[in-house]
Design a protein around this ligand. Structure first.
Ligand SMILES: Nc1ncnc2c1ncn2[C@@H]1O[C@H](COP(=O)(O)OP(=O)(O)O)[C@@H](O)[C@H]1O
Ligand SMILES: [Mg+2]
Length: 273
């Protein structure tokens, strides 16, 4: 069982990059509308890792990404295929694979490097919402939250809170262009230099040319980078660029990546740049 962290402090509590709490986290959150047009299953929006809302806090509008509940055991079950995997503590595993913490670590590192709002959408910190919020949201939206069964048996006041991340709201999108593709590549290279690998580079995760989704991001130091072979890790680290290359290709744009080490594998796979 993972211990409940101090939600009023930087998260995650393991070593490495952390995200600070949102300054106005105790203020009332007004939910304006659902932004994520997620998958619908039988009338219930199942979504990806979270549901994203336009909200108003202290008169300012934001995008609030409210995370679904995360099951450590599922990740653990999928991990144990080498002996070394057994040495990973449940706390470290949780801090490096829970989509909420993945975002905390990635944005924490970007903020620390003075790149907030430059290489990805601006992030303002994390906050929690009391379990009671689910009742209010249920009245307006039919959303899946994957709350653990044992939690549902408890009285509302003792249930786990929702964890959320406050980001800049990006209303106006821009069409893909050569300029946008160039910026996407530049941003990914800058993030790579900071040890941040978003691992989910696709069109729907960009708004106005900025990456908004870090749910799957791997940020150094990451336990998996220490466990897998160099070749495997290099392959993982190249995935983002391979994906942006595909986006460019699909849109009829070119993708210039000059750093040989960065692109050699992809060049071999794709034929040329
Ligand atoms: N900052 C934002 N401003 C506007 N829309 C956003 C913002 N963040 C996310 N969205 C919308 O919500 C969708 C889901 O958000 P995302 O962070 O990708 O969640 P998930 O991890 O569940 O995929 C995005 O594809 C985008 O359409
Ligand atoms: Mg997404």
């Amino acid at each position: 069982m993972v211990e409940t962290p101090n939600y009023d402090g930087p998260l995650p509590q393991c070593q490495g990059p952390k995200l600070k709490p949102f300054p106005h986290r105790k203020s009332k959150v007004d939910f304006i509308r659902l932004l994520s047009d997620s998958e619908s299953t039988g009338g219930i929006e199942s979504g990806g890792h979270a549901h994203v809302f336009e909200v108003s806090i202290e008169g300012e509008t934001y995008a609030l990404k409210v995370f679904k509940f995360f099951d450590d055991e599922e990740v653990r079950a999928g991990l144990n295929y080498t002996r070394a995997d057994h040495s990973i503590s449940i706390d470290l595993l949780h801090s490096h694979s829970d989509p909420f913490y993945n975002e905390c670590r990635a944005f924490g590192q970007i903020i620390q490097a003075g790149q907030n709002g430059r290489v990805a959408v601006r992030c303002y910190g994390h906050l929690t919402l009391p379990a009671e919020t689910e009742e209010d949201l249920d009245q307006r939206y039919k959303l899946a939250w994957d709350r653990p069964a044992e939690d549902c048996d408890k009285p509302m006041s003792q249930r786990q809170p929702f964890r959320a991340i406050v980001k800049e709201l990006v209303i106006d999108d821009v069409p893909l262009s050569q300029k946008v593709v160039n910026k996407m590549v530049k941003d990914l290279k800058k993030m790579r230099a900071l040890g941040v690998y978003p691992m989910d580079v696709c069109r729907r995760n960009y708004r106005a040319g900025l990456l908004v989704d870090m749910s799957l991001a791997m940020t150094e130091p990451h336990y998996l980078f220490g466990l897998r072979s160099k070749r495997h890790v290099d392959d993982m680290k190249r995935e983002d660029l391979a994906n942006v290359l595909q986006i460019a290709k699909d849109g009829g744009f070119t993708c210039r990546v000059r750093d040989d080490e960065f692109c050699s594998k992809i060049r071999a796979r794709e034929g040329s740049f």
